[in-house]
Write a protein that binds this ligand. Structure first.
Ligand SMILES: [Zn+2]
Length: 134
């Protein structure tokens, strides 16, 4: 199999509900996302997929939807007041952990037709979470 990996940086805020540690408080991360695409054969350009295509599709979505946004669980009491103050909020069904953000980006990438097999979200330089196809 051939494999390519693209890194994309973005910033986000979040907090984890029903959590016993410091992550229950609103805070932010400078995240690094790794998007790995894999194919058995190369295309006519001898590529798995052009790095520019991954950037155009995934970075465009990240920039528009979650970069410099606060990612919150749908029932977080902060959703309504932040929205009322005009702060950008991205609401998801579950706690906005690095695992769930990886899954979110994985699903968006697949929906856009990229042969993505793994998305890793580095929340800090020493901590990452991965969602992969298998
Ligand atoms: Zn955090």
């Amino acid at each position: 199999m051939y494999s390519v990996t693209k890194r994309i940086d973005f910033c986000y805020g979040h907090r984890l509900l029903d959590h016993d540690g410091v992550c229950r408080h609103l805070h932010g991360h400078n995240a690094v996302v790794e998007i790995e695409a894999r194919t058995a054969a190369l295309d006519t350009r001898n590529m798995v997929v052009d790095f520019g295509d991954i950037k155009r599709i995934v970075k465009t979505w990240i920039d528009a939807q979650i970069d410099h946004k606060t990612i919150l669980r749908h029932d977080d009491p902060l959703v309504a007041p932040l929205q009322a103050l005009g702060e950008p909020v991205f609401v998801i069904d579950s706690n906005p952990t690095a695992e769930r953000i990886a899954r979110l980006i994985f699903d968006v990438s697949r929906d856009q037709g990229l042969p993505v097999v793994r998305v890793t979200v580095w929340e800090t330089p020493t901590s990452c979470a991965t969602y992969s196809a298998a």
